[in-house]
Design a protein around this ligand. Sequence first.
Ligand SMILES: C[S@@+](CC[C@H](N)C(=O)[O-])C[C@H]1O[C@@H](n2cnc3c(N)ncnc32)[C@H](O)[C@@H]1O
Length: 275
Amino acid sequence: MPAKGLTSEDYNAFRTFLENVSGIVLGDNKHYLVTSRLTRLMKEQNIESFSVLMQHIKRDGKLRHRIMDAMTTNETSWFRDSYPFDILKEQLLPEFAKKQARQVRIWSAASSSGQEAYSLSMIVSEYFQKRPGSLPANAVQILGTDISPTVLEQARSGFYEGVAASRGLSEERKRRFFNQTGAGWQVKDDIRARVSFRELNLMQGYAALGKFDIIYCRNVLIYFSADLKRDILTRMARTLNPGGFLVLGGSESISSYSEEFELVRWRNGVIYKLA
Ligand SMILES: C[S@@+](CC[C@H](N)C(=O)[O-])C[C@H]1O[C@@H](n2cnc3c(N)ncnc32)[C@H](O)[C@@H]1O
C-alpha cells in the first residue's frame, strides 16, 4: 500500500519527535528525505499515512527503533580521513607510552557499523609491531557505541562484504587483519579482542561507560543543534581522564561550544586536549 503524502503538520510532528529522541535536527525542507527513508518501512508495516505512523510511534518501541535506523546516516569507511589514525599511531600512543600508562581507553562514539573502532584496533597492532613492549600488551581497549541497533549488530559480527569490506582498506591491511570467509571478510580475533560495542544514545548519560583517555566523536555532531553539541561536548569533557584527547570529524570543530579543551595542532589538522 503506498504511503499517503506528508503534510506540513505531520512533517513538523515527525521532526519534533526525531529531535527529541535522537537529537537529529531536520531543516524546514526535508520532506523528501523523510518520505524516501520511511516509505518502505511504512509499506512493510501496512501503515497507510504519516499521521497513522505518528500514532504508532507513541506506543511501539520496536517501530521507534526501526525509524531511528532509517533516519540515521550510517556512512563510514575504514581509516576514514586517515589523519585521526595517523595521529593515534604517531603522536598519541607514543605519548601514553612515555607517561608509562597502564591503560589507554578509547571511545568511538557513534561508531556506526564498526569500521572506525576496528581501524583504531588495527592501528594499535601496527604500533605494537613498531614499538613492542612500549605499553602493556592489553593496555588499549576500544569501545564503540551507536544509537542504531542494526549497525551495532554488524559491528559486533566483524563481518563485511562488498564495498563495506574494501572502502579505505589497502590490500596489505586486508590480508593482515581479515580472514576471507565465503563472500566476505571477517576481522581477525586479535583485532576484535580489544574492541567491544554497546548501544548508546549520545543524548543520554555516559557515566556507565567509565572514563576514557581518547574520544573519537566524528561525523555525528553535524546532525545536532548548537545546544545539544554544547551539552555533548561538556559531558564528553567530564568523561575524559586528565590530559585526555578528543578527535572530531574533518568538518567539525569545537568553535564556541566548549571552553574545556585546548587545540593541539599536528601536521595539517587539529585535535583537542582537555585543558
Ligand atoms: C555518519 S556515521 C559516523 C560513523 C563514524 N564515526 C565515522 O566517522 O565514519 C553517524 C553515526 O551516528 C549515529 N547517531 C546518530 N544520532 C545518534 C545519537 N543521538 N546517539 C548515538 N549515535 C547517533 C548514527 O546511527 C550513525 O551510525
